[in-house]
Design a protein around this ligand. Structure first.
Ligand code: 5AD
Ligand code: SF4
Length: 470
């Protein structure tokens, strides 16, 4: 894949020169990549002359960047669209035009079905073609129901305008950067290979340039994101293979970048070089989000995960040997088709063995077009609900234990915003815990050494140890 970092997108300067102020609201659902894509769509809207709307009622352009991973996510969007169609109608009566765009994975998966269920929608655009949003908006001026769910040959990143300094600064000192997209693994429960398409990595030069620009505008922490981020593979300018561990080392050398995270990883791509990066690269957070989904080998095989429980435990052991203070988090699915009670208990055993700092657990949700949706032995919702409650209770206990064990430790905290009480600032530890401390507002945006002095259910209290180091 080639990627130039200068955008070939030209702003409609005539409209901006006329001083027409229009406003856009981009709302993100679902994963971190949607947050990133939403920011890039907001950048495009800004070049089209749209200022950021303070609230959706005042937006002339409304973009919902949607998720399709579970049924609940999709239904939530249809109910939101119902409300927005009423808003659009009210605005029309007041003589104001509203353009309604559905982007993201629901758009990709359902396409024209969205227009059928909600005719107020003007544009449907998938995750691989949203760089064409300006043209699609222009088309929507002259005809209703514009759909673009292509997987175009051109690389969207090279067509997107870079974020402005102001936009970067507004978004804060921690940023996401997509480095890899799509998935070729086809886990039998998952829609991602169908909605995001085949696995592709972005060129290292373009990534480093983007991160350099972020750092120059005050970003101190980057999360390298991808559906299969540890499958990242590219070539450098001299044709040498670059893997995620190499990319992490290169990002660590970008002036201003103090902390690096990456998500989400698949166990089968957790190679030794990446484990070694956890040992060697100081800026790499000692935190690993590594979804295991189930603690049963039979369920893992049926899920097409292509590894066994023992392989997962081996990675955990290697990661802990490389970086003793590393903490783990995971995703779990309960009530996968055919999951028996003993198989569910095996998941609890795995959790007891590993001890996670935080995790996400979900009830299995059949997704149209995926193999698991057609499997026999679909589990009753009541069983899923009770398994989910039991697993979540255990994960929550482990999270609280991890938080309590943080008392007395010293963490680098990246302060993000003022705290709830005056004179406090709040930020994140290396382990993603919320940490608040007495401190001046000028600390927002800085990485500061903090000693943890108390642990509440949802946040830690800290005492600032070192003066701020930008
Ligand atoms: N049902 C429930 N959870 C799912 N996930 C992905 N697909 C489904 C599904 N059909 C979960 C997995 C994945 C996370 C992002 O969402 O745990 O790791
Ligand atoms: Fe979905 Fe599996 Fe790919 Fe993750 S690895 S995105 S769960 S298909």
């Amino acid at each position: 894949m080639t990627e130039s970092t200068t955008s070939d997108y030209a702003p409609p300067s005539a409209r901006i020169a006329r001083g027409e102020i229009r406003r856009a609201s981009v709302k993100s659902f679902g994963c971190q990549m949607n947050v990133y894509d939403s920011q890039r769509m907001a950048d495009l809207a800004a070049l089209e002359g749209y200022a950021e709307a303070a609230d959706v009622e005042n937006a002339d352009l409304i973009v919902l960047n949607t998720c399709h991973i579970r049924e609940k996510a999709s239904e939530k969007i249809y109910s939101e669209l119902g409300k927005l169609s009423e808003l659009k109608d009210e605005r029309r009566k007041a003589g104001r035009r509203t353009t309604l765009v559905v982007a993201g994975c629901l758009a990709q998966a359902e396409g024209a079905e969205i227009l059928r269920r909600q005719p107020a929608v003007d544009v449907v655009v998938g995750p691989q073609s949203y760089h064409r949003l300006p043209q699609l908006l222009r088309e929507a001026q002259v005809r209703s129901g514009v759909i673009d769910t292509d997987f175009p040959a051109e690389d969207k990143f090279s067509r997107l305008p870079p974020s402005s300094r102001e936009a970067i600064a507004r978004r804060g000192a921690a940023a996401f950067v997509t480095v890899q997209e799509g998935c070729d693994k086809f886990c039998s429960f998952c829609v991602v290979p169908y909605t995001r398409g085949a696995e592709a990595s972005r060129p290292v030069g373009a990534i480093l340039e983007e991160i350099g620009r972020l750092a120059g505008a005050g970003v101190r922490e980057v999360t390298l994101i991808g559906q299969n981020v540890n499958a990242y593979h590219e070539l450098d300018s001299s044709g040498r293979p670059i893997r995620l561990s190499d990319l992490i080392r290169a990002v660590a050398a970008v002036p201003g970048i103090r902390r690096i995270r990456y998500a989400t990883s698949h166990p089968n791509d957790m190679a030794d070089d990446l484990v070694a990066a956890h040992r060697d690269v100081e800026a790499l957070a000692p935190f690993l989000h590594l979804p295991v989904q189930s603690g049963s080998d039979r369920v893992l095989a049926s899920m097409n995960r292509r590894h066994r429980v023992a392989d997962y435990l081996d990675i955990v052991a290697r990661a802990r040997a490389a970086r003793p203070d590393i903490a783990l988090s995971s995703d779990f699915i309960v009530g996968y088709p055919g999951e028996s009670d003993p198989e569910f208990r095996a998941t609890l055993d795995l959790v007891a063995h590993v001890r996670f700092a935080s995790s996400y657990a979900f009830k299995y949700s059949p997704r149209p077009g995926t193999p698991a949706a057609e499997m026999e032995g679909q589990v009753a919702d009541a069983v899923k609900a009770s398994r989910l409650a039991e697993l979540q209770a255990m994960l929550e206990k482990q999270r609280q234990a991890f938080n309590r064990a943080s008392i007395g430790r010293r963490f680098d905290v990246l302060f993000e915003k003022p705290g709830r009480r005056e004179g406090q600032v709040i930020g994140r530890s290396p382990y993603m815990q919320a940490v608040f401390a007495e401190g001046h507002l000028s600390l927002v945006g800085a990485m500061v050494e903090v000693e943890i002095i108390a642990a509440g259910p949802n946040s830690l209290q800290g005492r600032i140890v070192s003066p701020a180091s930008q």
